[in-house]
Design a protein around this ligand. Structure first.
Ligand code: CP
Ligand code: NVA
Length: 337
């Protein structure tokens, strides 16, 4: 247990994501894989890591991480690298094209080789199926640092940010305006887990993936939340506790950007739209923002904006995810390796 190695840190909760019976490791590929109780534990741990960073500086001493990024990144890359080092470990960054994942070498071979050298892999790639294949082949935990389908690490940081600002999550209303992309889908999962109502506002054809929507609604039925999809923001802005948007064109969709700009034209989060929400509604964005498209400067830089709090909380959330997967489990992992 990491508590033992910490010595005098009575406030630290000894908590981690438990592998299922018979499994020797746990991955972090989708929030759907995390139970409602585990989600609460993860948020609690993130808050503790944020409040007491010094209490965790040696917890992952001697551990090595590989960051395998097939797409660009500022926040995710820096916060995982900095966070891992702040926990006492060391991270190696592999940039897009460095290893040719699935091209120069098969996904299985990459995963099996890296498993002999590092203790965790943090992977940003295109296909969720490729990530699942890596997780199947690797002997060490795999963390989803964004795929075309899901961005679960972002959603953990976002929940932490909302809870800090509002004091709670259950019963709040998060309105997401824009594309039903990886960020929106991870937020739908997250909202279902914590009992937060979630409304997706989008033009026809850009709705949430049906499988993820069903998963989110299954959790929402246990936690008492409602997950809805509408086309007109005016219907729902009046009860928003937070208004979230993300780019209309995600990484890898650049060829569609003109068409998407046309289709999303009425879906910009600007001052007129924010005026329909309560004055204390938060404005949220995972960043990077395409200023002048999905959001205006006035809103992203405005008083209701918590985008930099979200960015900061990436660090604390990622440290919590690393601890939850790695701390206290090396003995179990070691036996099987
Ligand atoms: N929000 C986010 O994931 O940012 P990066 O793409 O810069 O990592
Ligand atoms: N939806 C965006 C998120 C970037 C953090 C993308 O995938 O490009």
């Amino acid at each position: 247990m990491y508590r033992k190695r910490l010595g005098a840190m009575p406030t630290v909760t000894p908590w981690h994501l438990k592998p299922a019976l018979g499994a020797h490791k746990r991955d972090f590929l989708s929030l759907h894989d995390i139970t409602i109780t585990e989600m609460e534990g993860l948020l609690k741990l993130a808050a503790e890591v944020k409040a007491h960073p010094k209490g965790f500086v040696t917890v992952l001493q001697g551990k090595m991480a590989a960051l395998i990024f097939e797409k660009p990144s500022l926040r995710t890359r820096v916060t995982f690298e900095v966070g891992f080092e702040q926990l006492g470990g060391h991270a190696v960054y592999l940039a897009p094209g460095d290893i040719g994942l699935g091209k120069r070498e098969s996904v299985g071979d990459v995963a099996r080789n890296l498993s002999r050298w590092v203790d965790v892999m943090i992977v940003r790639t295109f296909s969720q199926a490729l990530l699942e294949e890596m997780a199947h082949e690797a002997r060490v935990p795999i963390i989803n640092a964004l795929t075309d389908l899901l961005h679960p690490c972002q959603a953990v940081a976002d929940l932490l940010t909302i809870r800090e600002a509002k004091g709670e999550l259950k019963g709040l209303h998060l309105v997401y305006v824009g594309d039903g992309n990886n960020v929106a889908l991870a937020l739908a999962h997250a909202a279902g887990k914590v009992g937060m109502n979630f409304t997706m506002v989008c033009p026809p054809g850009y709705e949430l993936n049906q499988d993820v929507l069903m998963e989110a609604r299954a959790d929402a039925s246990s936690t008492g939340a409602e997950i809805r999809v509408v086309q007109d923001a005016k219907e729902v802005m009046g009860t928003a506790d937070a208004v979230y948007t993300d780019v209309w064109t995600s990484m890898g969709q650049e060829k569609e950007s003109e068409e998407r700009r046309r289709n999303f034209a009425g879906y910009q989060v600007n001052e007129n739209l924010m005026d329909l929400a309560p004055a204390d509604a938060l404005f949220m964005h995972c960043l990077p923002a395409h200023r002048g498209e999905e959001v205006t400067d006035e809103v992203v830089d405005g008083l209701q904006s918590v985008v930099l709090e979200q960015a900061e909380n990436r660090l604390h959330a990622h440290k919590a995810i690393l601890l939850a997967l790695m701390a206290g489990q090396e003995e179990e992992n070691g036996k099987k390796r």
